[in-house]
Design a protein around this ligand. Structure first.
Ligand code: SF4
Length: 470
């Protein structure tokens, strides 16, 4: 049926996958399996034998303590991992050298924010496109605070023309790495009745069918089936359904066969699930903060959770975020949600566009203004405000609770750290200052460029520049 896996394997592994979904989502199912595995699998119409259940449970027992969920290891898992690796490696090689340098330093900044296991999951896709205004689902935990669905970008002749032009422009700037983009954000793809047409153009121009994540798989099951079929035909072997309640999980399992969902990861967001830690960002963060105001003791609990394991973001784009309805574009990259960036991503710049010429000019401006691979003479040089600075005998160090980066073993580094910490000098002024003490300009620029590349310098826009770009 599929070139990557034979029919027999597909059947057996999709049943194991379904068993794991039920296990990870439903504590009652777990209890039933411990009591009487044969009856439990029969009740949910799972075609899995007791030997396979034993193998999975042994695996769970050996993992338990480190990880509270199970996933069947096999060809399907390998396919998922290959699909993710393909997107990660595509995203890593944008054609434009400025974009590449900027992306790499945003990733370096991100490395200081989360544990490695979470950092490794962020693809840092080069762009995302919203084909609607808002989302009809309205999840209470929405990490990007999607507003209510209010408008759609339909595949009219005029819109289709603009869409094709946008894809061509992205291909020009990003090259094949544009294939790692996708077509949703604070939207559900299936709200747009023409989503598949936009995806087909995407595949045609950028060479890869975009990955779909939807919470609306049950809205029109026939449409969902056709979309999954199209996705496979175009070579995409990983899509996702968001599952927001146990009831919806059961309905999905009733509506779709295990084989139909073999290449669909179910993101279990239901409250009973132990699989997913919901990121403290967007609507969930707002709710948590309201609770914090009500209960002081909860504040301590939440901040401990955030410190230890909560990444505080669900953002996975380091690049452009488009809304085709509003014709807006933002330059974004993930961060821990905070009062300034409550949605878990920094907005470095934003603009609107009337047509493709306008968009080209806006993207070019963003590339020039934000993505210089080296510090420019008039850049104000200061450390990121979330870094803790400490003077060392032969240099300085910068820390977050995840990582400490040391810059040392050069006599002038201690003074350089102090000059940057003051945060009131341009790079030209710092270079001039060090010239007075006999440090060549080249050497100081080299040190500043190293700090820039390691994501330690503050690149966030001032309120004024962001407002101006609007
Ligand atoms: S989490 Fe996704 S599906 Fe739910 S409201 Fe937000 S954008 Fe919509």
């Amino acid at each position: 049926m599929f070139e990557k896996i034979n029919d027999k394997e597909l059947t057996s592994q999709s049943q194991l996958k379904r068993f794991s979904e039920k296990w990870n989502a439903d504590p009652d199912f777990k209890k039933q399996v411990s009591k009487d595995p044969a009856q439990a699998v029969c009740r949910y119409n799972l075609k899995i034998n007791s030997e396979e259940i034993r193998r999975l449970l042994n695996e769970y027992a050996s993992q338990n303590g480190e990880q509270d969920s199970i996933s069947p290891i096999g060809t399907l898992e390998q396919i998922f991992s290959e699909e993710s690796d393909k997107d990660i490696s595509l995203a890593a090689l944008p054609k434009d050298f400025r974009f590449k340098a900027w992306r790499e330093r945003q990733i370096a900044r991100n490395e200081s924010l989360y544990k490695k296991c979470y950092q490794d999951q962020i693809i840092h896709a080069p762009f995302a496109v919203e084909l609607s205004k808002g989302c009809s689902v309205g999840c209470w935990f929405c990490g990007v605070s999607a507003p209510r669905l209010s408008d759609l970008f339909l595949y009219t002749p005029e819109n289709a023309k603009l869409w094709l032009e946008v894809l061509e422009l992205l291909k020009e700037i990003l090259g094949s790495s544009a294939g790692a983009g996708f077509c949703y954000w604070a939207t559900d793809p299936l709200d747009n009745p023409d989503y598949e047409k936009f995806c087909s153009d995407f595949h045609e121009i950028l060479g890869r069918f975009p990955q779909t994540t939807t919470a609306l798989a049950l809205k029109n099951p026939e449409r969902t089936r056709s979309l999954l079929k199209l996705s496979r035909e175009k070579g995409r072997y990983l899509d996702r359904f968001s599952v927001i309640s146990l009831k919806i999980l059961n309905q999905i399992h009733e509506e779709f066969t295990a084989e139909e969902l073999a290449f669909v990861i179910l993101a279990l967001q239901n409250p009973e699930s132990e699989q997913i830690i919901k990121a403290n960002t967007g609507r969930l963060r707002e709710r948590n903060q309201k609770q914090i105001q009500k209960k002081a003791e909860l504040s301590e609990k939440l901040s401990q959770e955030e410190d230890s394991s909560n990444p505080g973001t669900i953002a996975c784009v380091t690049g452009f975020l488009f809304n085709m309805v509003d014709r807006t574009v933002k330059l974004i990259s993930p961060c821990r949600a905070n009062d300034r960036w409550p949605l878990g991503y920094i907005i470095f710049d934003q603009g609107t566009f009337a047509d493709i010429h306008d968009l080209r000019a806006t993207l070019e401006r963003m590339l020039n203004e934000h993505m210089s691979p080296t510090v420019r003479s008039n850049d104000l040089i200061r450390f990121r405000s979330d870094l803790q600075y400490e003077k060392l005998a032969d240099g300085f160090q910068l820390s977050t609770r995840i990582i400490t980066r040391k810059f040392r073993h050069q006599n002038y580094l201690r003074e350089l750290g102090e000059a940057i910490r003051q945060g009131d000098k341009t790079s030209a002024e710092i270079v001039g200052l060090f010239n007075l003490f006999g440090v060549p300009s080249e050497k100081t620029f080299q040190a500043l460029n190293l700090l820039l590349a390691s994501g330690c310098l503050d690149e966030e826009p001032t309120q004024k520049t962001l407002a101006y770009a609007r």
